[in-house]
Design a protein around this ligand. Structure first.
Ligand code: AP5
Ligand code: MG
Length: 215
């Protein structure tokens, strides 16, 4: 199963991708997570990306296309993958088509998560992410058993550098201008399932699995 999770910041792409990944045994390929790893490692690409990410702007297409191309040829992507946060522009979607064509693969589905802008701000400002395993929590909607400690691995929970309200508003604008057009792009090939992302995490999960033909 080769699927794209599309949606504005805070729509639940990462939360849902992790759950589906565990359930179906296919990897979550998150460009945001890969870029944050590069930032942590202090690579030249990571240092350049950090300023853009902290401002809410997108990282250059050729950089993200390069990291996704390297990732999709890895053996664990053979049975399928969940693209979380990629593609985000029409040139990225074109590059993905070319890359999949070269691998003799086709996309199976595009899950479009729909949420209100105000809910996004509340979700993201309350999000806490584990530094060690990347699991996401929410101080109100999905709290950890112990404040600031990951339930899964005991790691420290932190607030992402780009999770300030002004940056979130900028990310929402960037989404509307550069990423939302991808819904029409993929609708042409009949791949899009729109999911109401305002429901609870478990209900959203159920609807995604139904849309993917896995429930
Ligand atoms: P990225 O890391 O992809 O961030 P994003 O798209 O802004 O989305 P988020 O990760 O903030 O939200 P999410 O949809 O994953 O929601 P989550 O599940 O965490 O990208 C960051 C930056 O990297 C970009 O701004 C850009 O600079 C760069 N970048 C990345 N990819 C790029 C690309 N392809 N091209 C160029 N640049 C790129 O949920 C949020 C919170 O809500 C959590 O606390 C969660 O617990 C809670 N929650 C989830 N679902 C629900 C629910 N149903 N009800 C209540 N709470 C919920
Ligand atoms: Mg995410």
């Amino acid at each position: 199963m080769k699927v794209i999770f599309l949606g504005p910041p805070g729509s639940g792409k990462g939360t849902q991708a992790k759950m589906v990944s565990e359930r179906l045994g296919i990897p979550q390929v998150s460009t945001g997570d890969m870029l944050r790893s590069a930032v942590r490692e202090g690579t030249p690409m990571g240092l350049k990306a950090k300023a853009l990410m902290d401002s809410g702007a997108l990282v250059a297409d050729e950089v993200v296309v390069g990291i996704v191309q390297e990732r999709l040829v890895k053996v664990d992507c053979e049975p399928g993958f969940i693209l979380d946060g990629f593609p985000r522009t029409v040139p990225q979607a074109d590059a993905l088509q070319a890359c999949l064509g070269g691998l003799n693969k086709n996309l199976d589905a595009v899950i479009s998560l729909e949420v209100d802008s105000d809910a996004v701000v509340e979700r993201i400002t309350g999000r806490r992410t584990c530094r060690d395993c990347g699991k996401m929590f929410h101080v109100r909607f999905d709290p950890p058993a112990q404040e600031d400690i990951c339930d899964v691995c005991g790691g420290e929970l932190y607030l992402r550098d780009d999770d300030q309200e002004a940056t979130i508003r900028k990310r929402l604008m960037v989404y509307a201008e550069q990423t939302a057009p991808l819904i029409a792009y993929y609708q042409q090939s009949g791949l899009v399932s729109a999911i109401d992302g305002m429901q609870g995490i478990a209900q959203v999960q159920d609807q995604i699995l139904v849309a993917m033909g896995r429930k």
